[in-house]
Design a protein around this ligand. Structure first.
Ligand code: 6PG
Length: 239
């Protein structure tokens, strides 16, 4: 599927957050178990998780939650994506998912990546990704100003990884990162990107144009793609 996908331009981060929560909840409501949901880290999805935690009639008992990437820090560390998801989403009154699969945050990073890959293969039920049976039902992704997504950072060897599903990104950020690789990230029935702020206008345009000189532009999602962006990121002047 073409990465350009569909784009919805919303007023601001709050509107993007509410809309993203709706899109995710609607997909979960129309699913059969298990619904494998991969969540993004960083700051942009925080509002979406808050909204999602308050929505009603979401059959969370069908949902297995995974992470697209993680900072390799303990789970109670302020930089932990799992901690953010636990505090903003899992704290929701009715949010009791069928499974919450956090990436390990202790020991050594290579073993943590291997452990998470084994979990994914086990839950998926095969060691080969099948085009007709995507690994995820919905993958939520962000976009960095430098064009990275998940922790597929510019210039990193992980960009060339086409066999492993999970890899370590040892540098490029204050802490090592554990990230899903292109094969795993692309294996999704629906990919939803959340992009807000004028600082991301260029990266957004390049990613949607499939510009292979940035990591997000190289992604070839198997399923549909929706971009939920605010007016600033779309380059439309705020009212
Ligand atoms: C992370 C993310 C990363 C994020 C982008 C955008 O763990 O940081 O998964 O890929 O989506 O860096 O980050 P912001 O949403 O904070 O701008």
């Amino acid at each position: 599927m073409n990465i350009a996908g569909e784009m919805e331009v919303l007023k601001d981060l709050e509107a993007v957050s509410a809309r993203a929560a709706e899109v995710i909840a609607d997909r979960i409501r129309s699913c059969t178990a298990p619904f494998r949901l991969a969540l993004a880290g960083g700051s942009t999805p925080r509002g979406c998780y808050r909204h999602l935690a308050q929505l009603h009639q979401v059959p969370w008992d069908c949902v297995e939650i995974y992470l697209g990437d993680e900072r390799f820090v303990p789970h109670d560390h302020p930089e932990s994506n799992y901690r953010m998801i636990r505090e903003l989403l899992l704290s929701g009154p009715s949010v009791q998912p069928r499974g919450m699969f956090a990436m390990p945050g202790d020991g050594d990073a290579q073993s943590a990546a291997q452990t998470y890959e084994e979990i994914l293969r086990q839950q998926y039920g095969s060691s080969h990704l099948l085009a007709q049976s995507p690994l995820f039902d919905l993958q939520l992704l962000g976009l960095g100003e430098d064009g990275h997504t998940a922790s597929l950072l510019p210039g990193q060897p992980v960009l060339e990884e086409c066999n492993r599903w999970v890899a370590v990104v040892p540098d490029g950020r204050p802490e090592p990162r554990i990230t899903l690789t292109y094969p795993a990230l692309e294996s999704s029935r629906l990919t939803v990107f959340l992009v807000c702020g004028a600082a991301k206008k260029v990266a957004l345009a390049r990613a949607r144009a499939g510009d292979r000189t940035i990591p997000a532009g190289r992604l070839k999602p198997q399923g549909n793609v929706i971009w939920l962006v605010d007016r600033a990121a779309a380059g439309i002047d705020a009212d």
